[in-house]
Design a protein around this ligand. Sequence first.
Ligand SMILES: [Fe+2]
Length: 380
Amino acid sequence: MYRPKTRPEPWILAGGTVLQDNTMQRSDLYLEDGCVADAPASNARLYDATGLWLLPGIVDVHGDGFERILMPRPGVTFSLPLALAEADRQMITNGITTAFHGLTISWEPGLRSRKAAGDFVNALAMAQDTLACDTRINFRWETFALEAVDEVLKWIDRLPGSILSINDHTTINLCEPAGSRKIGRMAERTGLSPENCLKELARMAERAGEVPDALTRLATAARALGVSMLAHDEPSAEIRTAHRALGISASEFPMTEETAAAARAAGEHVVFGAPNVLRGGSQNNAVDAGPAMASGLGSVLSSDYFYPSLILAPFQLVDQAGMEFADAWPFVSRHPAEVAGLVDRGSLAPGLRGDVIALCPETRRVRAVFVAGRRRLVLD
Ligand SMILES: [Fe+2]
């Protein structure tokens, strides 16, 4: 969690168009003590926002772009402090002010192993106060990582404000041939040959009978800790119902429209990938996120594997689906804050955190970013 050491100076962000109360309105915006204020402080600094849009900072509930910074080529890794700092620069430049790094804890060796996850948790705990973005973890528990349940709970306890995602890539990958792209990626991150990846998957599949108990144990404990939970790649409405009973209240990248519709009908948030919106379709042949977001099947966007996608996807929904910008921006701000249980951010209402992006509407580029009332980035 970002813990300011000194009191942030107050600001007047003057002359811009502010997204407030679900509309874009010409207004000045005031920041004081790290929050949005309803009047300017007498000693406030001036930021000239003439011609700019002032928007709530982006909340990213699932980004794993850091994996490509940590391991840009198969088997080639850089240090965790370097990767965290570089991911922070990329995120803040793209308007992300609250990030949940999607950290997979799998039974696999390599990049997604329990050892790598433990190292990541340690590195983030050390670096958290030095990062511009409020950086947390979305613990993506691979459901066959049966031995990792207690460790995940320990990490959640160590990093308050974490969220938990239930993730079953084992069952999905079992159906893949050795030459497929997914198995190829698995081979790259594990260091195993594609054939050995399939052997390991088959070996793990034999333990499928142990998964429901482990899932129940983890979800029950996380629920008692007040942790917000999501389920990843849900294949059906029946699975959504089962997950709901465990307190897992958001569906992340549902595999079918029926699954998404079941979640939305129950008043739950549905997360889709912003790269899917930008690219005009899923790279996994899953639901097409653009039409899903425009029709209300989806309510949240996450950066998934590409940080710049979040700031651009709402514009794409305006350009291609005819959405109002003020209706599209909550997909990357207010709604993901709700998914993560963060009641102190997501909108620019007085009293909420001063997480603000100043954006040029013509170029769609970030000009300044304020996090908890502090200016963390300014560009000409
Ligand atoms: Fe997935």
